[in-house]
Design a protein around this ligand. Structure first.
Ligand code: FAD
Length: 309
């Protein structure tokens, strides 16, 4: 039957989680609680975003340091080209390498002033992500991830141009791409096919954003080029003052999305956690990504205990 087909035995995929550097003590406490809960799911890596104009440079660095010193998780800082010359960016990368970090997400970054403003390469800087990837590979043996856009990057003159750009990032040394979030599963699947036709053989990991706030998501998506389908507006209609029901709807939509992708053979997912554990934890559970490798009530299962069960 349909539910059996959806939830029945499948191999758990690999997962990874994105966090952002917190702005207050309260937000920081909440981040570490989130990390504690999600680390039991044994992610492949956790990534930490970098403010568009380098504004979170220190905070990104501090979170990365704490994660790599204390959590035991493979940590992937994001690094962007915006507002810095090459030597400043190289210094940051050297610092990460010395700290034991072996993965970097190499990005151009959004223009100063945010997505929608006109981007100007910094004088003496790395102009675009492809050049940043080259620069990083020359310095250290990082495993480098880059961004990919199933609906094409909003500034790209064409989808073909953007795909060629992604290919260039791989040719320059990236070993995986994480996608911008999307809500139309077919768009991702068509993009994956286009990547294969373009000769890209490395993983294109779908970025999954569980949505709880429709209005904010719509605003943000308009700027970054992700289409928000009408059915999503309808799913959240009338729930502005009902966070609990919104959460249930959000989990349901995200679970449907990942199960549909998993049915198409996708075996790795990246979650935009927004520093919250609950939804990602529920979605991972549905994917059979669960704490520990042994039964939940097995006292030997350390991961299970770590996750607070
Ligand atoms: P690029 O790959 O350099 O491409 C940017 C645009 O320029 C594309 O339209 C491309 O087609 C075009 N282009 C590339 N080369 C050239 C060229 N030589 N001449 C003309 N046009 C060219 N932003 C942050 O600020 N901090 C983050 O931590 C962050 N994390 C992200 C994580 C993921 C997984 C994703 C998908 C996005 C993230 N972003 C982040 C947003 C990202 O920085 C923006 O989408 C940015 O506008 C593009 O970055 P990119 O690395 O994709 O750029």
């Amino acid at each position: 039957n349909r539910l059996e087909h959806r939830f029945g035995a499948r191999k758990p995929p690999k997962v990874s989680f994105e966090f952002f550097p917190p702005k207050s003590e309260k937000a920081e406490a909440s981040l570490w609680k989130t990390v504690d809960r999600l680390k039991g799911l044994s992610p492949e890596f956790v990534s930490v975003t970098y403010g568009a104009d380098g504004s979170t440079r220190e905070r990104t660095h501090d979170v990365v340091k704490q994660l790599s010193d204390n959590s035991g998780l493979a940590t992937m800082p994001h690094l962007t080209c915006v507002g810095a010359d090459q030597s400043e960016i190289d210094d940051i990368a050297d610092g990460y390498w010395d700290m034991g970090v072996r993965r970097i997400m190499a990005l151009r970054g959004d223009p100063v002033g945010g997505a929608g403003e006109k981007y100007q390469p910094h004088a003496g800087g790395y102009p675009y992500a492809a050049e940043l990837v080259s620069g990083l590979t020359k310095r250290h043996d990082f495993e480098i991830a880059v961004a990919a856009y199933p609906e094409a990057h909003p500034e790209a003159p064409s989808a073909r141009f953007d795909l060629d750009n992604l290919k260039r990032k791989f040719d320059n040394g990236a070993s995986m791409a994480v996608t911008q979030y999307f809500f139309d599963t077919d768009v991702y699947l068509r993009f994956r096919d286009a990547c294969v036709l373009a000769g890209i053989e490395k993983p294109i990991i779908p970025g999954i954003l569980p949505v709880t706030n429709y209005a904010t998501t719509k605003r943000f998506s308009d700027a970054c080029g992700t289409k928000v389908p009408d059915w999503m507006a309808d799913a959240f209609d009338g729930l502005d003052n009902d966070a609990e029901t919104r959460n249930m709807i959000a989990a349901n939509i995200a679970i449907e999305q990942v199960l549909a992708l998993q049915a198409e053979g996708i075996d790795e997912f990246h979650f935009y956690t927004l520093n919250r554990a609950d939804l990602c934890f529920a979605v991972c559970h549905a994917l059979k990504v669960r704490p520990g490798k042994t039964a939940p009530n097995d006292p030997e299962s350390t991961n299970w205990r770590l996750a607070g069960y």
